[in-house]
Design a protein. Structure first.
Length: 208
């Protein structure tokens, strides 16, 4: 199964990725965790370029093509081979992030974004996607609580950008049945329980 986690920065998705990993490992499943951008030697180098605040003059077109290049390598080097070996592949972000951030957030036409997806990932679509939804104000509060941790080039974006990204995610969720919107204001344990329930429901549907 290919499972992805989405949301605006500081929504808590990385925490849920780790909890799901531990749960699946305890139940003797084969599992691999990947992150976006990154996940391969080449993709991690692209990640460094994308997130470096020194690259504040990066054009939108450059940004989306770099994300697509990183993802294309990841899909072919890691995701497809692991899925073929019956692994659970769990990704901290995938192509929906690009639709939300570069499409809705930066303002690139969604049609162009989708065409880039068609080239970079082809038919490699997640089986289920968890969108952990929090208000932008809550994301800002959590960001401030990070203290001295250095923010990357995306994380320093203004609140109005994140409002567009969040609206983009909600529009994607309204169109895609694989999207499960999770209230990120619930406790960590409650969110984890809801995620497990959704995965179990999906398994039952596949068995039927």
């Amino acid at each position: 199964m290919f499972i992805t986690f989405e949301g605006i920065d500081f929504c808590g998705k990385s925490t849920q990725v780790e909890l799901l990993k531990k749960y699946l490992e305890q139940n003797d499943h084969k599992i691999v965790i990947i992150r976006e951008p990154g996940g391969t030697e080449i993709s991690e180098k692209v990640r460094d370029i994308l997130l470096d605040k020194k690259n504040n003059m990066m054009f939108i077109e450059t940004e989306i093509l770099l994300f697509a290049a990183s993802r294309s390598q990841l899909v072919r080097e890691k995701i497809r081979p692991f899925l073929n070996e019956n692994y659970y592949v769990i990704s901290d972000r995938f192509h929906d992030s690009t639709t939300a951030y570069q499409g809705y957030g930066r303002g690139l036409p969604v049609e162009i974004v989708n065409n880039i997806h068609n080239l970079s990932i082809g038919e490699t679509i997640p089986d289920i996607t968890f969108f952990i939804d929090i208000p932008v104000e809550e994301a800002e509060r959590r960001k401030a609580a990070q203290g001295s941790r250095s923010l990357d080039r995306i994380e320093v974006s203004a609140n109005n950008f994140y409002e567009k990204v969040r609206r983009g995610y909600l529009e994607i969720a309204a169109r895609q049945k694989r999207f499960k919107v999770i209230n990120g204001m619930m406790s960590i344990e409650e969110i984890h329980k809801q995620i497990l329930n959704e995965i179990n429901l999906l398994h039952k549907k596949e068995l039927n």
